[in-house]
Design a protein around this ligand. Sequence first.
Ligand SMILES: Cc1ncc(C[n+]2csc(CCOP(=O)(O)OP(=O)(O)O)c2C)c(N)n1
Length: 665
Amino acid sequence: MDTHAQTQHDRMANAIRALAMDAVEQAKSGHPGMPMGTADIATVLFTQFLKFDPSDPTWPDRDRFVLSAGHGSMLVYALLYLTGYESVTIEEIKRFRQLGSKTPGHPENFVTAGVETTTGPLGQGIANAVGMAIAERHLAAEFGADVVDHHTYVLASDGDLMEGVSQEAIALAGHLKLNRLIVLFDDNGISIDGPLSLADSVDQVKRFEAAGWAATRIDGHDAKAIAAALTRAKASDRPTMIACRTTIAFGAPTKAGSEKSHGSPLGKDEIEGARKALGWTSPPFEIPADVRDLWRAAGQRSREAHAAWRKRFDAVTPDKRSEFERRMRGDLPTVRLAAAVQAVKAKIAAEPKEVATRVASEQALGELVTALPEMIGGSADLTGSNNTRPKGMTVLSAADYAGRFIHYGIREHGMAAAMNGMAVHGGVIPYSGTFLVFADYCRPSLRLAALMGQRVIHVMTHDSIGLGEDGPTHQPVEHLAALRAIPNMRVFRPCDAVETIECWQLALEYRDGPSVLALTRQNLPLLRQANDAANRSAAGAYELIAADGKAQVSIFATGSEVAIAVAAQKLLFEQGIAARVVSVPCFELLFAAPQATRRAVIGDAPVKIGVEAAVRQGWDAIIGSDGIFVGMSTFGASAPHKDLYRHFGITAEAVAGLAMQRLRG
Ligand SMILES: Cc1ncc(C[n+]2csc(CCOP(=O)(O)OP(=O)(O)O)c2C)c(N)n1
């Protein structure tokens, strides 16, 4: 690099450093050290490599940039501002971390155009990026390199790589040979508590190499070395990790290289010292015109590539073009979906039988994945148990990215995080499989899917003590309540084959958030008329069996316990007691209904009983605090499932007995 180019580079990188220092100072909170340390890496990436167009942040074939170390959010805000994104003006930079700003504490993709995914919980970004890279390869296989041909770049910190989910992510990426994935590791040897040596001595290069990546170590302040490493990475047949040795808070006179630059402003004197050391003479929030022009020019770099892409895209067949656009918009093929749902219902009607809802789900998927080519399924090594791979669905692998079923391996967290990445990439609807009890292993990613409002669908089978002999380690008890506690998440627990297809339809139609389908291992009777054209589950709850006369008892139940409620209603009828049964496949849909509808379905029977083989938490909103709850209050046990239901008192006799006891007062 000649001196002129070096000076230009330094001034551009220093613009990032200055904005980070000033914004954090003004907000009186934030992390200035990380953006200052990585400014050189980001400058090289954005001025020479990243394919992006600030005037069209959703251009489908843009490269994705993921700031996995979300605490360094000022890095991405500075870049968006400097390269000319409309979303981030200098006013927004000044309002860093303030209510309603486009520059929240951590990057939120649903707030700021140009931010690709929501990061902050360390490890999530790098794991999302694996999903983005999968989606890219898959769509490229399907639509061709003329339409889809981009890279995913990640800036990750020590914390990202220390989090367990990163191991799942890098192992999966290495296995799938995702060579469009490039991780820039901010190897600064510092975390919040101090030097990394306090807690870590992993050789990250060896670690990534062991997972099938190309990995290298460079000086993260050497623009030439960064560019050379990125050039090599782009030519690699494997994913690449570049360990960039940097100094945190580069330029700060006393806080550089120290954890003191971490979670708080540098302070006036330190900032003055840094300005001097960096040769930055502009006042706070001011970028000299020459530097501004250079950055704006960098923002225009990919205009030609964008125009060329548009031309290529316009040249593909109209059918293919509209299909690609439909998928990227996330619109469903509504006619095909409706036909698939009716076809499933017709099959159930033609051959009514007892099936586990996981099996009913597989039958539903048989039609759905044919109707919706955007669905990408998978399982965390429980394919045969989760029933998420219908016949004929081919496997997505390094040898065939066009496949649609992913063997995620025993990596629930990595799976859920990758699915979030696929969803934010766009063009695909990911669904997964694991046991409901392992929702805990994916929870951080489930929460982020809900926060981001992303359509990901988790099939979680073996949803209660009904799984039987595997015992309490595998029997979810608190999981339904824990999932229902996540805002924006929908938890479906269908009671039979008909509700299963209805819940699948609702999950697919729910564009703005994740869904969990809690499904049984054990067989369940068919309770609904299969030729019912209406999706009754859409109400969240509905009367399955009306009372004979004015109801004295309302029994509410979900999933496998609806059959118990139905049997209890019969017992009560035999005793001359009028009871009704309400199936509640989805709490969230019920609670979202207008008050009058909610009241009507909940009703005013003097005795209300909830039945669910799980903890009571959440049920009071339906049955009231004085309602009767038949469920679990302890962990389960290992035994055949019928013995367990008897042992824990979740039976029709118990439900009817408690109702009669209450009626007698
Ligand atoms: C899952 C998770 N745990 C803890 C934190 C709080 N936290 C924010 S930054 C950080 C560590 C920062 O160290 P590093 O990742 O090396 O970043 P750098 O020091 O390079 O900025 C921690 C523990 C977090 N954001 N996410």
